[in-house]
Design a protein. Structure first.
Lengths: 293, 599
């Protein structure tokens, strides 16, 4: 169990301060980078300024601030800014393997930190042995500590049906926002239905598949009795080269199916080996997936 | 297909052991994985796709079983009967009869051809083949056996044809006995064909070598009473003119020319007034004769019936004449005063006895009274009768009268009566102190026996008893045993062969059989009175070995037809175990390959 301070190194926090959670354009027609409020006619509460970056809507520029400070700022309104980041974490037994869950925790911590420091709300749902565990909604910088403490205290164990979990999640009324599902997705492809449900619940969904290096390229040999860590079931295999090749094919097929599903629906997808450091993951894969910028 | 060592199959007990070990092998190692979700799918897929994948699980097992089976089979040493395979056994029988000395038209003798063929057969032996070399003489002899080709070749070089015949029947029975032990045995008889055909089936291959070549032979030589008769026979070929030279004791005494026509096949030549000699030789002089050994025939005339006798008498014409009737008798006469014992086989003492009787056959005619024999006074004698069962039985003695004869005071235990007159014995004969002896109790001058026809007959009978003629034949064919009739008192005897070698004869003498050499054999007998010489001649067996219709005929075996010279691969047993061992090694290599591929 990692201490909350161990989850994110201070140097990384500095790095994270320079990033922010990104929300992709989901429907054609919306301008990039702008978040539209779903509610019209409500009072627009001024919340904060944001530095102007190329591409932002010129109408939002606060000319008063420009006149005063000679720098371009955008006015941010509360409703626009308030996005909920839902983190759905797979804490089944298969995640407790070779650093997968550690990376999951770190990714969740990083994303949560990004959201909280960006004035977004964060909700965490953990699908594990005893059902789902929830945290949140959290808001504001002060909640970072709580978030990290919660994440650090998580353990992955026991069987968990991701599909059922996702379905249960969507039965709760979810605030529209960004959802990130972090799992190894070593479950039947019915989980894609769960993902579809999530997307239907007005979530901008990003799928992060974390796989251990020995899951990506097993180095097993001989006649073995494989014990499933999650279920405890055993399977006798005689590992031959053709069998390993078949495994790779199966892995590719499975992950490819998930990836294809995501791409087809415009969902973000990233496959992360558990050996990857969270810094590299955030800077690389998550940025590519359009989750951070 | 057979198994040399069937017990090797017991090694196949390893197969169930391997199976049991395979089944009991330690359980698979437990390997925890994060999830068997994908593995399940993979296994489902492979199970559906390739049934032989399941076989691959057990492929190593099958290969191990196969290896063990191959090794077990290899240990059982199966063999296949195949041509060209090693391990065969060849028996080479070489005809050593006299006809093998014949030269073929090309030059080498038939035996040289046979030797060449045998050499070829020996060279053709495989590294695992064995051969037995048998010389077919009058008695088949195993000359060499084994797998050492050099030893076989050197034994082959030492072989030479003899002058007598070859016993093929015995040779083939030797082959049959060898074949009982070794069913794969192969036998080849190398001959020129002049052997009597064997009875029944033979399992030997008979190769006839050589071609018929013109041959004349001196088939017979006979010398009698100054006449010499030689018979020349045509062995093979067309008739050719020839010349026969006659030698007496090494001196040429005559020659005759002649010719033999194929129709007549023999020609006879006669010489008259041939000087007396001991050894006569007839030599054929001619060109283009294939066989030289049958061109000489010898005969020994005097010797077997030569008898040296000493007649000690004041003068007895009848006795002398009767004695001289015996052929071969050398009669020496002496008066009693001039008596001196010498080298005589027979002493005839007429009315006189020497102080010491010599050790020889004795004829005592009217010995005086007193002395060694219990002879009494002269007395009148009645009718003369021959004692039935004696050597005088059947002789006409009715008209024989004897005036006076001495009586015997006591019967002679060593003599049995031959002629008697009533109770009074007239002529007795027997063995006195180791000598054959005949005693007459009457003087021939006091009887008319010498004038009767019974007298010479009786004398011959008595002489035959006293000095039996040794009927050693004058001539025999090579290889035949010669009965040696040695003189009764011989203490040591030896036979000198034509090559000078002296062979001692063990007494009592049986037939002398070392007659392979052609020529004159001298018989020397040592006796107390001196040594005795006789001789006999050994000639080539022209009847069987010189070819021609008199020869035993060409061989017509009941088995496969004889083949002319040519080598055939030996049929032996080809062992299969090297292949099986190779197979086992190959399977093990495959096993290793499968095993490493699975890694």
């Amino acid at each position: 169990m990692a201490a909350d301070t161990d989850l994110l190194a201070p140097a990384f926090l500095q790095q994270l301060d320079r990033l922010r959670l990104a929300v992709r354009q989901q429907v054609a027609g919306r301008q990039a980078g702008e978040r539209r409020s779903a509610r019209r006619g409500n009072s627009v509460e001024f919340a904060d300024f944001r530095s102007y970056t190329a591409g932002d809507d010129l109408r939002r520029i606060d000319w008063n601030a420009f006149a005063r400070l000679d720098r371009l700022f955008l006015k941010l309104f509360l409703e626009e800014q308030e996005t909920t980041l839902h983190l759905w974490l797979d804490a089944s037994g298969s995640m407790d393997w070779n650093g997968k869950f550690a990376l999951t925790q770190r990714l969740a911590a990083a994303l949560g930190y990004l959201a909280l420091t960006g004035f977004d709300r964060v909700e965490v749902g953990v699908l594990g042995e005893g059902g789902a565990l929830f945290l949140g909604p959290l808001r504001g910088r002060a909640a970072v500590h709580r978030l990290l403490g919660f994440l650090a205290g998580l353990t992955a164990a026991g069987p968990a049906d991701l599909t059922a979990g996702l379905q249960a999640l969507t039965r709760r009324r979810l605030a529209p926002g960004v959802s990130v599902v972090i799992s190894d997705f070593l479950q039947p492809l019915t989980l894609l239905d769960g993902l579809a449900l999530l997307q239907a619940a007005r979530q901008e969904l990003t799928v992060l598949q974390v796989l251990a290096p020995d899951e990506l390229a097993p180095e097993l040999t001989g006649d073995l009795r494989l014990i499933d860590r999650e279920t405890g079931a055993a399977r006798e295999v005689s590992l031959t080269d053709p069998l390993l090749e078949a495994y790779h094919r199966r892995l590719e097929a499975h992950c490819g199916a998930i990836e294809g599903f995501c791409r087809g629906r415009g969902l973000g997808y990233a496959r992360l080996p558990a050996s990857l450091s969270v810094e590299d993951a955030v800077a690389g894969a998550l940025r590519e997936a359009g989750l951070v910028k | 297909m057979g198994l040399f060592t069937p017990w090797g199959l017991a090694a196949s007990a390893a197969l169930p052991v391997i199976l049991v070990l395979w089944l009991l092998r330690r359980r698979r190692q437990d390997q925890p994985v994060s999830s068997t979700f994908l593995w399940e799918q993979v296994l489902e897929e492979t199970r559906a796709n390739a049934p032989w994948q399941r076989l691959r699980r057990h492929l190593l097992l099958y290969l191990q079983l196969l290896t063990a089976l191959a090794i077990a089979l290899a240990l059982a040493q199966p063999y296949l009967r195949a041509a060209g395979a090693g391990g065969g056994h060849l028996v080479i029988l070489l005809d050593l009869s006299g006809s093998m000395q014949a030269k073929s038209a090309a030059g080498p003798t038939r035996f040289a051809l046979a030797k060449e063929e045998a050499r070829r057969l020996i060279d053709g032996l495989g590294p695992r083949d064995r051969a037995t070399l048998v010389g077919l003489g009058p008695v088949p002899r195993v000359v060499a056996a084994g797998g050492d080709r050099a030893a076989l070749r050197s034994a082959l070089e030492d072989l030479a044809p003899g002058n007598s015949g070859a016993d093929l029947g015995q040779g083939l029975s030797l082959v049959a006995s060898l074949q009982k032990e070794n069913p794969g045995l192969r036998a080849v008889v190398l001959t020129d064909g002049g052997l009597p055909a064997p009875a029944g089936e033979t399992a030997a291959e008979i190769r006839v070598l050589g071609e018929p070549a013109p041959n004349l032979a001196v088939e017979h030589l006979q010398v009698e009473r100054g006449q010499a008769l030689a018979r020349v026979g045509l062995g093979t070929g067309a008739g050719a003119p020839f010349t026969v030279e006659l030698y007496a004791d090494g001196r040429l005494v005559g020659s005759r020319a002649g010719s033999v026509s194929p129709a007549a096949r023999t020609a006879e030549l006669l010489w008259q007034q041939v000087p007396a000699a001991e050894v006569y030789e007839a030599r054929l002089v001619g060109k283009g004769d294939a066989l030289a050994a049958d061109d000489i025939a010898r005969t020994v005339v005097i010797g077997e019936s030569r008898l040296r006798a000493l007649l000690v008498s004041e003068g007895n014409v009848f006795l002398e004449r009767a004695l001289r009737l015996r052929p071969g008798l050398e009669l020496v006469q002496a008066k009693p005063g001039a008596y001196a014992p010498g080298d005589y086989q027979l002493y005839i003492f007429d009315g006189w006895l020497p102080p010491q009787l010599p050790q020889a056959a004795l004829m005592l005619v009217a010995p005086p009274a007193g002395g060694l024999f219990p002879l009494g006074d002269l007395a009148a004698v009645g009718n003369v009768e021959a004692v039935p069962g004696s050597l005088a039985a059947g002789l006409p003695v009715d008209d024989v009268h004897v005036a006076r004869a001495r009586t015997l005071s006591s019967p002679l235990p060593w003599a049995s009566p031959i002629l008697v007159a009533g109770d009074q014995p007239l002529v007795l004969g027997g063995n006195w102190e180791g000598r054959p002896a005949v005693l007459t109790t009457f003087s021939l001058q006091e009887s008319d026996l010498p004038l009767r026809v019974a007298f010479p007959v009786l004398m011959q009978q008595l002489l035959a008893e006293l000095a039996p003629a040794a009927p050693a034949p004058a001539q025999v064919t090579a290889g035949s045993p010669v009965p040696l009739h040695l003189a009764p008192l011989t203490t040591r005897a030896s036979v000198k062969a034509p090559d000078g070698r002296s062979v001692p004869v063990a007494l009592p003498a049986g037939p002398f059989s070392e007659t392979e050499q052609l020529g004159i054999y001298q018989v020397v007998e040592e006796r107390p009175a001196g040594s005795l010489h006789s001789a006999f001649a050994v000639n080539f067996p022209t009847r069987t070995e010189s070819g021609g219709p008199q020869a035993g005929g060409t061989l017509a075996p009941a088995g496969p037809a004889p083949q002319v010279v040519g080598t055939e691969p030996l049929r032996g047993n080809r062992p299969l175990w090297p292949w099986l061992a190779l197979g086992a090694a190959a399977v093990m290599l495959t096993e290793w390959w499968v095993y490493s591929r699975g890694r």
